[in-house]
Design a protein around this ligand. Structure first.
Ligand code: S3P
Length: 179
């Protein structure tokens, strides 16, 4: 299916609270890959928190930093890349990731997402009067982008370990097709 692509990395995309970070860390451990997170890269490169960038410079500046970070990932090998929830909305980001990574989308229902994020406060897009409605609205708008991944995994009924196992399995399957 992806024979013309040389997939040496794994990229996890999906909405906030779908488990990209927890799954990504386990997958990296199992494959002996490095683990990176685009939000963490942005924060370490700018020395600022995501909340601060959103508050002082606005979302467009954050999206520009996000795109730059994605471009800098080209050339990496054996890396699991966890991405910010809005990153695949920019088609350049998805195209760039697809050039070197198996792109796996973690999917959850708005209810599960709310359960997972409700006690966290570090996500500026959910600092809203009605965060549950905001989740539904963003999820609806982003669904077509998340669905462009190579692999879609619903995480509602699976444990983090099971999801990680599926990701590892799909990556190995992909690698074996290329031999
Ligand atoms: C965002 C998700 C966040 C972070 C930023 C914007 C989004 O990442 O990039 O707050 O647009 O959905 P996580 O998905 O890791 O929470």
């Amino acid at each position: 299916m992806h024979n013309d692509r040389h997939l040496v990395n794994i990229a996890l995309i999906g909405f906030m609270g779908t488990g990209k970070t927890s799954v990504g860390r386990i997958v990296a451990d199992q494959l002996h890959f490095e683990y990176v997170d685009t939000d963490e890269l942005i924060q370490s490169q700018t020395g600022r928190s995501i909340t601060d960038i959103f508050a002082k410079d606005g979302e467009p500046e954050f999206r520009a930093l996000e795109q730059k970070t994605v471009e800098e990932l080209v050339g990496r090998m054996k890396t699991v890349i966890s991405t910010g929830g809005g990153l695949p909305v920019n088609p350049k980001n998805l195209a760039s990731l697809k050039s070197h990574a198996l792109v796996v989308s973690l999917w959850s229902s708005p209810e599960k997402i709310w359960e997972r994020v409700r006690h966290q406060s570090h996500r500026p897009l959910l600092h809203d009067k009605n965060p549950q409605a905001k989740i539904r609205e963003l999820l609806d708008a982003r669904e077509p982008f998340y669905k462009q991944a190579d692999v879609l995994l619903n995480t509602d009924l699976r444990s983090v370990r099971e999801v990680a196992q599926q990701v590892v399995h799909q990556f190995r399957l992909e690698a074996s097709h290329r031999r």
